[in-house]
Design a protein. Structure first.
Length: 288
């Protein structure tokens, strides 16, 4: 009887139940050795699990090179995994002296095998360096774009040559996790920029398998040549994930609330009918 009376509360308990909070954070560090005579670069990565949950399938991904490496099938909390990777100058597009960048991602899965990734950048100096020559701004307050879990958006980026020298912009590379895709539109490269000249570019953003309430740091890496010296400069902005109206969570809430309402209505009607049935039964009984 008690179970029947309070069973309608169970969906509400499901809505308010909170699991034990855990977090998963992988921190990469690296040591780099540049062999100019052999025209190759050796980078030794160490990835530490700084969270309180084990990470599965930990790896390094180099999207522009089409290369990926596995560091550990499972990385326990506070555990470390290492990997040394050798790159040739030609594979990194290294020709002129100056600054270069290598975009990579740390990829992993949680204990539920949900995939995650985090973008990072390796700066490769080959002095003399060009110095700061570009300014890139999104024009949005706080450099932030709000999107749903699986959505599409656009952001305008203003690129300006802040130097007093003409430069050639040769490459604009996305710096983003697997869950967020960035693609420049209507940008013909190489692009020549005179001193103080500006260029607006449109960047399309697409999200998939993101988490509600999460903030993803993404960006672009612009590179080119100024007076024979190579430069590479990054910019970052934020993608904040909001909950869409027809998200799975909202659908579940609507279904559970619907079940609760139907159950309450049934219980009220049942309680209302019981006294009527008792009165009719008593009226049909013969008088003693």
């Amino acid at each position: 009887m008690i179970l029947r009376r309070y069973i309608w509360v169970l969906p509400l308990l499901l809505l308010t139940s909170i699991a034990r909070a855990t977090y998963l954070r992988l921190i990469p560090t690296y040591q780099m050795h540049i062999d100019e005579r052999g025209r190759k670069i050796s980078i030794h990565w160490t990835v530490k699990n700084d969270g309180d949950e084990a990470a599965e399938a930990v790896g390094l991904d180099f999207p522009s090179l089409g290369r990926a490496y596995t560091l550990a099938s499972e990385l326990a909390p506070q555990g470390r995994a290492s990997k040394t990777v050798i790159f040739s100058f030609s594979s990194l597009g290294i020709g002129n002296r100056g600054d270069y960048s290598l975009v990579y991602r740390v990829t992993y899965k949680d204990t539920n095998l949900f995939p995650f990734s985090a973008p990072h950048l390796v700066l490769i100096p080959l002095p003399p360096e060009a110095g700061r020559v570009l300014s890139m701004q999104s024009g949005r307050p706080g450099n932030e774009l709000t999107m749903t879990q699986q959505g599409e958006g656009k952001i305008r980026v203003l690129i300006r040559n802040t130097s007093q020298r003409s430069l050639s912009l040769e490459k604009v590379e996305p710096l983003s996790p697997v869950e967020v895709s960035l693609r420049t539109q209507d940008l013909a490269l190489p692009l020549r920029l005179l001193p103080d000249e500006e260029k607006k570019i449109l960047v399309s953003v697409q999200t998939s398998q993101t988490l509600i309430g999460s903030v993803y740091s993404v960006g672009l890496v612009a590179s080119g040549v100024v007076e024979g010296t190579h430069f590479s400069e990054p910019m970052t902005f934020l993608i904040r994930i909001k909950e869409g109206f027809w998200s799975p969570r909202n659908i579940l809430i609507a279904v559970l609330l619907g079940i609760s309402v139907v159950w309450i209505i049934v219980q009220l009607k049942t309680r209302h009918r019981v006294p009527e049935i008792q009165k009719r039964t008593a009226a049909k009984r013969p008088a003693p």
